[in-house]
Structure formats: C-alpha cells, structure tokens
Design a protein around this ligand. Structure first.
Ligand code: ZN
Length: 550
C-alpha cells in the first residue's frame, strides 16, 4: 500500500500532464467541427442575409457556450491548474486558454438568463429610441449630419441634446446589468466584472493602467496644444468665443472623431485604380501572398449582404476568408488592407502548433497587424510607389495626411481614456454618482467642459457599455502595438533612421520579420511575451507618441 502511494506521488506531474493531454484531445475533437460549422454558417448568413442561417448560428453558438459552462470539466481543469504540475510550456498555454474559456462561462443558468434578457432589452431600447428636436423625431444619422455641417450653435446644441436623450431611458437598466454582471463575477471569486473580463482576456488591470497612465502623461501637453488650435478654428467657424465652446461644437456626440476642419480627400487617387489588385500586389511583394485567401473571399456588394467588412478563420487549417464591399476609394483601400492584415495573421500560423493555440496572441494583436497595414492607404510613400505618383503629389499628400493622422489618433486615444477609466469605476461602484463621474472624466481627458448645471446620465447613451463591455482599451492597445512594430521594423530590420518614411512596398524583410515573430507563433506565447520577443521590449506607448505626437 505504502509503495503504491509513493509510486503514485512520484508520477504525479506526468499524470496531470497526461490527464490534460487526454482532456485536450477529447475537447478538440468535440469543439473543432462545431467551430467550423458555426463559422461557415455565419459566413453564409453574412453573405446572404438569410435569417435561417442567423438562427442556425445562434443555436451553434449556444451549443459551444454549453460546452464551456460544464462545471465538472471546469473543476477538473481547476484541479489540474491548482496542482502546479503542468510544466510543459505549450501545455501550460493550452491549459490557461481552456481555463479562462470555462471560467467566464461558469454562470448559473438563471443568472445568465437574467443577464442575456436584460442586455437584449437595453439593446432593443437603443435601436428603437429616437431623440427629438423641437418635438420632431430624428435619426442618429440626422444628428450626425447636423453636428458635421450646421453652423448655428443653438441648432447644434439641440442635436447634441437629442443624441443624449436615450441616456435616461436606459441608464437604470444598464446599472442593473452592471450589478448582475458583478454578481456573476463575484460568484467565481472576482472583485467585479471588469476585473474578471480583463483576467480571462489575460490582461492585468495593473498593467493596462500602467500603459494608459503613461499614454496620458505623454499626450497631455501635446493634446492641450492641439485642442487649443482646434478650438480657435471651431470658435471662428461658429462665431463664438473660445470660452463659450461647448460639447456640441465638436463634430460627433462624444468628440471621439476628428472634426472635419482639415481637408483630407484621397479618393481621387484611388478612383481609377483597382483596390483589390493593389492589395494583391502589395502583399505578394512583402512575401505574404493573399491569393488563396481571396479565392474563398466575397469582395463586392450584393443585395442582402452584410454591408461592413470582416475576416474569419473558418477551420484553423488554412481556410481564411474576408468579406468586403469594395469600391475604388480610400476607405475601401484601407479596409481591404486591414482585413487582409487579420487574414495573413490567421493564414500564416505555424500549422504544427496545437489547435487551441492556432490563433492570434490576443484580440488586440490581430487588430494591431490589421491597423499596421490599414494605415498604408494614407501613407504618402506607399501611395507614391503603388500609384506611381510624382514627388510633388507625394509631398502634397504627406502634408495633409500627417496632420490628419495626428489629430485623429490623439483625439481617439484621449476619448478612449474616458471610456476605460469610467467603465473601470462603474464596475467598482455602480452606486456612485455616475453622471458627475462621467463629466469629471470628460473634463480630465478630453478638456471638454460640462455644460453648466447638466445632471443627466450622458454616459448611458454610449451603447458599448451594453454590447461590448470592458473591451474599449483593446482599440488603443492595437494602435500602440502597430506603432511599436513599425518603429522596430524601420530601425532594426530595415536599419533606417526612426523617422525615415518607409513605403513597405517590396520590403520582403519586413514581411519575413512579421511572419516569423508575430504570425507564426500564434498564441504560443502570452501577448506581452510575444511582443517582447519580437521587438525587444513589452508593449509601450512611446512609439505611438513618437509617430503621432510631434
Ligand atoms: Zn479589425
């Protein structure tokens, strides 16, 4: 008896690893065909608008969710994880991925139903509510149009107020939803839902805070300067004093986009070109050919088809597709470069790595690769080479596109700081005075003053708190990584000065670097390890600042 115990103990680590290997094998066998089917059904639904396909997709999604909500399997994984006996690096990574996927689905069916029902209800209210101007109902598009084009401050104010009227309709429900999500998170041992969300996405609140704080410090003065310039332009345009500027003088309800005060119209450069051919030629030139991706893709408009764009990895075995609605203009040039960025990431994973790791290191790292390539549609050097432009044309483009990029990036990251900080505090204490908290954040990060005496739930008119909770920071992290990769390639791969303009056209060394260091490893390393292995340092905002803040 004693001997047997001793032998068992001696074998324990190997036993846990073997137990995990068996679990993974069975799990992959179960999940792989389901995922493939779900991806294909979604692809068909998006291409045809067929409601039966959408229903079928929801059912498959539920089936997949049910697998991950199995409490017995979760306990088994937890037991293996807590034993600390899985030493093999790839097994550990797979264990972490599995554990997190199960963890976020350990919500009792009753509580889950309450959460799903309430968020569906809020979403419905968002989509059916119409704000009013002078008693007349207006659509979101009408409001946007007024904020872009109207010169009369009183009319702008009415439109802005109309955009906030949904707030009081949904605010109480959103707070209730936040509390339900917190309840679910607390049941699995987390402080609140924000912490749980970041943890299962392999992000530590402390680390994201560090990055955001650094970005805040580094952009504070330049943003103040840029905002002063912008304010003078807007004050003149709307015939008011700078101190009289109010939230409705910016060009969208949240001041998240750059106001249209500096012209940037690059469409003329693309109208007689073929954006598909340009992207095929470009990706081939850097050694990441996309023909086999495009062969399965759906690129042009059609009745009933999803009007947006996305990329999907159907089977993790090479069937990667993009959906677009191409036109020959700058918007679709950026979009096809962006979607193909996601696609090459999925396509060029090392096929030898385990199924569960055959995906990008993180949702924001694939966004970074997509942004890295998408940015080229406005890059003067890239445009010159691809479109055969003169030096004069290139300089002309550079002048406006640099200014525009700075404005766009700075305004966006300062706005994203409001979202990140507010949401963190919302989940930490949903009972606090959220209306005041929101304007504190807006004043701190965006330098936009709260209208005197305003006491409405203006935060609640942002739909992201309902449909994409605790996610917004990933857009910023994607931009930061795109800049970090750009800097590293320019300086260390192409051996150029950091501010050298690079077209990337036919730079096969750049493609080779991205393939080896980012695409091939998939999720074998946690995201910050991958970034450090690729660029020599963990994710940092300093290259984004160097690129866009001058
Ligand atoms: Zn994307």
């Amino acid at each position: 008896m004693l001997t047997i115990t001793a032998v068992l103990c001696g074998c324990e680590p190997k036993t846990k690893e073997r137990q995990l290997e068996n679990f993974i094998a069975a799990h992959v066998e179960q999940i792989k065909p389901l995922m493939k089917e779900a991806n294909l059904v979604y692809w068909n639904a998006a291409n045809t608008g067929n409601s039966e396909d959408y229903d079928k997709f929801s059912k498959l999604e539920l089936k997949i969710r049910q697998i991950y909500s199995n409490p017995k399997e979760f306990t088994l994984l937890k037991d293996i994880k807590d034993s600390g006996q899985v030493k093999d690096a790839k097994l550990t990574r797979q264990l972490d991925k599995l554990y997190n996927a199960y963890l976020e689905n350990q919500i009792e069916p009753e509580l889950l139903k309450k959460i799903v029902d309430l968020s569906t209800e809020i979403e419905k209210n968002f989509s059916t509510f119409r704000g009013t101007i002078g008693g007349r109902k207006v659509t979101t598009n009408e409001i946007k149009e007024i904020l872009k084009t109207e010169n009369d401050s009183a009319k702008r104010k009415e439109a802005w107020l109309a955009s906030k009227q949904v707030g009081p309709v949904v605010a109480t429900d959103i707070i209730e939803l936040v509390k339900l999500r917190n309840e679910a998170a607390q049941k699995v041992g987390f402080e609140n839902y924000h912490t749980l969300s970041l943890t299962v996405a392999e992000q530590e609140v402390k680390e994201i805070d560090r990055i955001f704080n650094e970005l805040y410090e580094l952009t504070n003065e330049p943003f103040a300067k840029l905002k002063d310039d912008l304010d003078s332009v807007l004050a003149a345009k709307y015939s008011v004093e700078v101190r009289e500027l109010a939230p409705w003088h910016y060009h969208d309800p949240f001041f998240q986009e750059s106001p249209l005060v500096y012209d940037l119209d690059l469409d003329t450069y693309y109208e007689d070109k073929d954006v598909k051919e340009l992207s095929v030629r470009f990706y081939a030139g850097i050694g990441l050919p996309v023909e086999s991706i495009l062969a399965n893709s759906d690129l042009y408009e059609r009745e009933g088809k999803n009007p947006h764009a996305f990329c999907t990895d159907i089977d993790k075995e090479g069937d990667v597709r993009i959906l677009c609605n191409l036109k020959n203009n700058e918007y679709w040039m950026e979009t096809i470069l962006h979607e193909l960025g996601h696609a090459v990431y999925d396509k060029y994973h090392d096929p030898e790595i385990p199924y569960l790791l055959r995906e990008p290191a993180h949702i924001f790292t694939t966004e970074a690769i997509a942004m890295f390539f998408g940015r080229l549609s406005r890059n003067a050097a890239w445009m010159q080479e691809m479109l055969k432009l003169s030096d004069e044309q290139r300089l002309e483009i550079k002048k406006v596109s640099d200014k525009y990029a700075q404005l766009k990036q700075l305004i966006f990251v300062r706005w994203a700081m409001v979202m990140y900080d507010f949401e963190k505090q919302l989940y930490a204490n949903p009972e606090q005075d959220l209306n005041s908290l929101w304007w504190e954040m807006v004043e701190k990060y965006q330098f936009v003053k709260k209208p005197k005496g305003r006491m409405e739930p203006d935060w609640a008119s942002k739909i992201h708190f309902t449909i994409a909770p605790c996610y917004y920071h990933n857009y910023v992290l994607g931009e930061l990584l795109a800049s970090q990769l750009h800097h590293h390639i320019v300086v260390n791969i192409l051996n150029l000065e950091p501010d050298k303009e690079v077209s990337y056209v036919d730079e096969s060394k750049a493609g080779e670097f991205l393939c080896k260091k980012v695409l091939e490893p998939g999720a074998v390393y946690p995201w910050n390890d991958m970034i450090e292995r690729a660029t020599g340092e963990p994710l940092t905002p300093k290259y984004f600042v160097a690129e866009f803040v001058r």
